[in-house]
Design a protein around this ligand. Sequence first.
Ligand SMILES: Cc1ncc(COP(=O)(O)O)c(C=O)c1O
Length: 369
Amino acid sequence: MDVLAEANRLKSLGHPVISMAVGQPSDPAPAAVRAAAMRALEDGRIGYTDSLGMARLREAIAAHYGEHYGIDVPAPRVVVATGSSAAFNLAFLAMFDPGDRVAIAAPGYPAYRNILSALGIEVVEIGLHGAGHLTAAHIAEAHRVGPLKGVLFASPANPTGAVIPRADLEDLLATARDLGIAAISDEIYHRLAYSAPDVSALAFDAECTVINSFSKYYCMTGWRVGWMVAPEPLVRQIERIQQSLYISAPELSQIAAVEAFSATAELEAVKTRYAANRELLLERLPGLGFRLAAPMDGAFYAYCDVSALTNDSMDFARRILAEAHVAVTPGRDFDPVEGHRHLRLSYAGHPREIATAVERIGRWLGGRS
Ligand SMILES: Cc1ncc(COP(=O)(O)O)c(C=O)c1O
């Protein structure tokens, strides 16, 4: 956030800053989504919805599981939330108690650690040390040290973009089930994988919890609408928590989100641009001395080990911003232990900008004494 604030300050002074720091698409929401929102606004009243979400949207989400994964998900298990961020809160409150141990990967999305800690849940950060993703062996080992109540993972992941291969995901879920560990799969970067089809955790464990969102693939970050497929026995409890915490996700965003599933042609065009950016980075990063810390198989991130160039990625990011006018994200928030050696680059921007950013970083590195 400090780097972003400085990037905004430089931009306001007229510097041509390119951001590879933001974790969001640069494209607008699909036209049909915006048109539905405009119609709803013209019609007038926007109110609360059922706490679990509008029936139409819950049904559309359930149908998406059939269409995209060939999985049968009953609409009553779908909970619409104010972004996946709210879905985490709902899931953690329904599934865990203060003092429970829940495992996450390091590096990982910082909000996991922050929300779990705020709820008094013990966060067990499992260092991947270049392993790419959490495995069955990781959680079995952590469970041996002290019983885990839950495990939370994302595939594709933030900040690495790593995808858990199908067989490893199956193993991870089988081990969690055998050990009585509740699994939560963050699938927010689904439909943004470049080398293998998406596999939902629901394919292997029909009773696990899956969290997803309209933010990333669907280009709807600011609409604040996401969803959870909850284990059937928890739905009523989640409904009651949602009634108190959020009442419901915003109705306007829910009405609009129904249209997102029919905007595939538009959204695939956006993904094609990410894929081109990814190719460019795969080609150019090694020459910059930015070593990939994990295969960038999904999302729109490259997580790079820059230890050949610096031992302080925060300072390095500040200098890249000040001197090359490119904003990148230092790794510390994603990994308190090893993040000082890493940078995350987001390639969600326009290909021309990404190419210019890479050139600038190259020139800056060449000119460093
Ligand atoms: C892995 C992951 N999960 C969840 C979120 C939160 O997304 P939202 O609340 O917009 O659905 C993000 C946002 O960057 C993320 O990277």
